[in-house]
Design a protein around this ligand. Structure first.
Ligand code: GRF
Length: 203
């Protein structure tokens, strides 16, 4: 039997990408298992999704700890307790600091709702509309110290329509996100990803 890769998923809200990952794991489409879901936000619906699947959860509230390093050390502790091998940020609304990065260098990925390096940071879909691009999409990338700047693993393009609103474009992109994130995790779990500087090769 293939060894399953233990995933730790960090969420701050809705958790639809988390759901896509859980479903891909449970159906056996990807050789991985969500071992823990961690949130900075006690209200995150992603926590409910995890509970429905009997996945352990942890709430780590940054306002309840002394500083960012202490906050991230607490996250690291939970991830290690669950033997997490790959950290997946899924709508995690905080900038990753040096503590988390140091413990999971090259083992942390994120999904972003735009074709990076265009439109990093918040509201990628609105930025795309404001810029009036004709194509946008989704990007899965490794996390580095920058904001959405790490090596790009996979991207999916979606057309931007003249009459798009932020909602309609977000929905079209999200549909792709739900396919792309499991696909990227599958490649990593199967050992098919090599990173050479900025270049991510699928072998
Ligand atoms: C997604 O659009 C993702 O790309 C971005 O935040 C959103 C999270 O949505 N990083 P959800 O919580 O996974 O539904």
């Amino acid at each position: 039997m293939t060894q399953l890769t233990n995933l730790g998923v960090l969420v701050s809200g809705r958790g639809s990408n988390l759901q896509a990952v859980i479903d891909a794991c449970e159906s056996g489409r990807i050789p991985a298992k969500v071992s823990i879901v961690i949130s900075n936000n006690p209200q995150a619906y992603g926590l409910e999704r995890a509970k429905k699947h009997k996945i352990p959860t942890a709430i780590i509230d940054p306002n309840q700890v002394k500083d960012k390093n202490t906050y991230e050390l607490e996250i690291v502790k939970n991830l290690k307790q669950h033997a997490v091998q790959l950290v997946c940020l899924a709508g995690y609304m905080r900038i990753v600091g040096p503590v988390l990065l140091e413990h999971f260098t090259g083992k942390m990925i994120n999904i972003h709702p735009a074709l990076l390096p265009s439109f990093p940071g918040l509201h990628g879909q609105k930025q795309a509309l404001d810029h009036a691009v004709k194509v946008s999409g989704a990007t899965v990338h490794f996390v580095d110290e920058g904001c959405d700047t790490g090596p790009i693993i996979l991207q999916a393009a979606v057309p931007v329509m003249d009459n798009d609103t932020e909602e309609s474009l977000s929905a079209r992109i999200l549909e792709q996100e739900h396919k792309l994130y499991p696909q990227a995790i599958k490649l990593i779990a199967e050992g098919k990803i090599r990173v050479e500087g900025r270049k991510v090769r699928v072998i």
